[in-house]
Design a protein around this ligand. Structure first.
Ligand code: PLP
Length: 379
């Protein structure tokens, strides 16, 4: 059976986005975050699209090993360290950097005796993982005295970096306590902190969303760099054209009722493919580059759109659900009360994937890539 929906992953766009980030971050390593199957874009696909990457960061040991099997020699950071003691031996065998974020991991580490490269995680307010500053300082001293592991640096992850209304001063000061006391290199910033607070860049930043065109501050675009391109397009074909008369409703729950006669397109994609069921009537899709609204409830395999203004669009025509310069995944996610990452991770593995491997119109990096002046104001 021919599939009506597919995802298109744009490898040159990923490379371009990475290059923009690199250019804004002279002297700072950029770890590409590829957890959760590369934010739904495909773990190996993303990693292989970024042969120049300074390193990759992810959660699962198996994913890290898959990257090594694929021949990737760049540094790889296990963002949450080991979840079982034996993983530390594997981490050493595969030359992975590990985060150390809890007392039980510290015990495993000292018992395993391997000369691992370790990033000691400081809890600055996320309150899930990491050592409080005083304890982090002790842990660093202890590891340095043991002399077995290399303490590569300190790491933290901000709880509220994507909320511009919340300042980062307090978590930053907590982190700086440890940085100052140990004199170690550090990695603190995800995409949001990287964009809003250059002070946090340190030795290495860990970029996920930014590489995938996900603006953490959406719908605020004031800090979003020029030139970042969508890397995932979700598209589907129109499989049926129908009519509604005034008073007719459409779909499950009769959630949308026509006020006048309407021309309706039924698109072959639904929540079974990864399009969010939460998308309300009015959510735009693109047809021939123009926005048309979704009507009624999204079903498992189909959704309906209003084609009243588009009499020539017909069966077999393609609709872009997100991932175009004119319709970002951020916008769809925002209309559904969530973030792009959730939608991208939720694309089902049954969805066929097409890859764009070469750029037909290579885009130069935009000229002025100095960070906006207001960045510093937001720490
Ligand atoms: C996921 C993750 C990141 C990347 O965050 P983005 O907001 O997607 O850039 C960075 N650090 C840690 C610890 C993470 O888990």
């Amino acid at each position: 059976m021919t599939r009506t929906a597919y995802a298109e992953i744009n490898l040159p766009a990923l490379r371009h986005n990475y290059a923009i980030a690199k250019r804004q971050l002279p002297g700072t390593r950029v770890w590409a975050v590829v957890k959760s199957n590369g934010y739904g874009h495909g773990l190996l696909r993303v990693a292989q699209a970024l042969p120049e990457a300074d390193g990759f960061a992810l959660i699962n040991l198996d994913d890290a090993i898959a990257l090594r099997h694929a021949g990737i020699r760049a540094p790889i950071l296990l963002l949450e360290g080991a979840i079982e003691a034996r993983e530390l031996d594997e981490a050493h065998a595969w030359q992975l950097d590990v985060v150390l974020r809890s007392e039980h991991q510290l015990q495993w580490l000292r018992a395993c005796g391997q000369p691992l490269r370790v990033w000691v995680k400081v809890n600055t307010g996320m309150n899930r993982f990491g050592f409080v500053p005083e304890r982090a300082i002790e842990v660093v001293r202890q590891l340095q005295q043991d002399g077995v592991c290399e303490v590569a640096g300190l790491m933290t992850h901000f709880a509220c970096a994507d909320d511009l209304a919340t300042r980062l001063d307090a978590p930053w000061q907590r982190f700086m306590q440890v940085v100052t006391s140990t004199g170690l290199p550090f990695t603190a910033a995800n995409s949001a902190a990287t964009l809003r607070a250059p002070l946090t860049h340190g030795t290495a930043v860990r970029l996920g969303g930014l590489l995938y065109n996900n603006n953490p501050f959406y719908p605020d675009t004031s800090l979003w760099p020029e030139g970042i391109l969508p890397a995932m397009r979700f598209a589907a074909r129109i499989v049926h054209i129908g009519e509604l008369q005034a008073g007719d409703s459409i779909g499950y729950g009769a959630a949308f009722t026509a006020e006048k006669p309407m021309r309706i397109g039924i698109v072959g994609a639904g929540y079974g493919d990864g399009y969010p069921r939460a998308a309300p009537s009015g959510t735009p899709v693109l047809v021939n580059g123009q926005r048309v609204p979704l009507v009624g409830r999204v079903a498992m395999n189909v959704l309906a759109i209003d084609l009243s203004e588009h009499p020539t669009v017909g069966i077999g025509d393609e609709v872009t659900l997100w991932g175009d310069a004119a319709l970002s995944c951020d916008e769809i996610a925002w209309r559904c009360g969530t973030i792009s990452e959730e939608l991208q991770c939720a694309l089902t593995s049954r969805l066929p994937v097409r890859q764009i491997v070469a750029d037909s119109h290579p885009r130069p990096l935009p000229d002025d890539q100095t960070a906006p002046a207001q960045c510093l104001a937001y720490l």
